[in-house]
Design a protein around this ligand. Structure first.
Ligand SMILES: [Zn+2]
Length: 100
């Protein structure tokens, strides 16, 4: 099915520049107070399929004002982990949480 194929493609997205929206992301990620850097990325798997669109240049972009919503503490499945996911900020923050 199309959604499955779409979700198989991993893309990485920067945190939003808008402070209000960024605060919503951090709340969702459950890392309130986490310092976001320019290298902080969240992968596409934490977004609903409709939240991501492909631009005319073929780049995968987030719709304005979307917030990541799929996590391991709801319906995010560990069975679908991939090596590419290691770059994802959400996985990194989870590891940090574990070691504390
Ligand atoms: Zn991820």
């Amino acid at each position: 099915n199309a959604n499955f194929l779409f979700n198989k493609m991993l893309s990485f997205h920067c945190f939003p520049k808008d402070p209000e929206l960024r605060a919503q992301w951090l709340m969702k990620i459950r890392r309130h107070g986490f310092i976001v850097t320019t290298s902080s990325r969240v992968c596409s798997r934490h977004f609903e399929t409709g939240d991501i669109f492909v631009s005319s240049s073929g780049k995968r972009c987030l719709q304005p004002k979307v917030v990541p919503s799929l996590f391991h503490w709801n319906n995010f499945s560990k069975k679908t982990e991939r090596p590419g996911h290691l770059k994802c900020q959400i996985l990194i923050t989870l590891k940090q949480t574990k070691s504390i």
